[in-house]
Write a protein that binds this ligand. Structure first.
Ligand code: SF4
Ligand code: SF4
Length: 295
């Protein structure tokens, strides 16, 4: 079986316990306004245009006048008309990059095996996204093969899929990172394009599976940093029997440049940093529940 992947990152320490290789799958069924991975969120191949690398030589404009024109800030690309492969071939300065590739499960396992010694007893492979579980059959096949080789597998999910579609693969995972973005359902709909009833149900069901469960809460100032909503999220999971840890993730602006490279408008208005005071309050509110703060 083949999976459609955006990128593979090795030696990650942010995608589950230990040292991990993270596979970023393409496609997501949420549209979080603050998404830092638009290249994983949106379906299909993407064309990245790196303005810093572009030397304004106009080779691409001459060959594809219908798809590329030169503006005062660099190339203006009509991605509907652009031939991604040929644009990448034509540019002598590698300003174009096509993102997204298909990979067989055997090939993916072979790559992961190269890093097995770094994983140790707690690390392994994480499937993230986008929404990794949109490709649950592929992940399940990879997971079976990775388990045969003694490699632990973690799934990072926002959990917005029918339970029948994700139950089997979650049951096989060693660790689950479950994102809980907003507690209030109508606010969730407003900020992610979908309400969270299914997500909350699935989170409860995942807890009942006795996995290593990490619940992750992104905090975006002025969007989902209401203290009462955050406390409601904590209260929802604090007595879960599988909960290992709550991770508070501070919003960062690293995604902004990616939107520009993809020619998409960034939907979040400029916001400040998450206050240390809020993070301290939240960690105190967690009480006996272990919590961390990350970016
Ligand atoms: S071919 Fe490359 S360097 Fe030349 S204008 Fe196009 S993107 Fe820029
Ligand atoms: S769930 Fe993750 S990948 Fe999907 S839109 Fe939200 S932040 Fe982006």
């Amino acid at each position: 079986m083949k999976g459609f992947i955006n990128k593979i990152q090795h030696y990650s320490t942010k995608d589950g316990p230990g040292i991990r290789s993270t596979v970023f799958m393409v496609g997501c069924n949420l549209r979080c306004l603050w998404c830092a991975n638009p290249e994983s969120m949106l379906p299909g191949y993407k064309l990245i245009y790196n303005r810093q690398k572009c030397q304004r030589c106009c080779s691409c404009v001459r060959v594809f006048p219908d798809a590329v024109t030169m503006g005062k800030d660099g190339c203006i690309i009509n991605r509907e008309k652009a031939d991604f492969d040929r644009l990448c071939d034509i540019c002598p300065f590698e300003a174009y990059e096509k993102m997204g590739f298909w990979m067989e499960s055997d090939e993916l396992v072979r790559i992961m095996l190269r890093n097995k010694e770094f994983y140790g007893s707690s690390g392994g492979v994480t499937f993230s996204g986008g929404e990794a579980l949109l490709q649950s059959e592929f992940i399940e096949e990879c997971m079976d093969k990775l388990h045969e080789k003694g490699i632990r597998v973690c799934i990072d999910t926002a959990g917005n899929l029918p339970w029948e579609r994700i139950e089997r693969v979650l049951k096989k995972a060693d660790t689950v990172l479950f994102d809980l973005k907003v507690f209030d359902s109508s606010k969730h709909l407003q900020l992610t394009g979908c309400d969270n009833r299914l997500i909350l149900e699935n989170l409860k069901k995942t807890d009942a599976m006795d996995k290593e469960l990490y619940v992750r809460m992104i905090i975006v100032p002025e969007y989902n940093d209401d203290i009462n909503d955050l406390k409601a999220r904590i209260d929802f999971v604090r007595n879960f029997r599988s909960l290992r840890q709550i991770d508070f993730l501070k919003y960062h602006i690293l995604g902004v440049g990616k939107y520009r490279q993809l020619g998409i408008e960034y939907p979040v208005k400029p916001v400040g940093e998450v206050s240390e005071e809020l993070l301290k309050q939240l960690q105190e509110y967690c009480g006996d529940v272990r919590s961390t703060v990350g970016g």
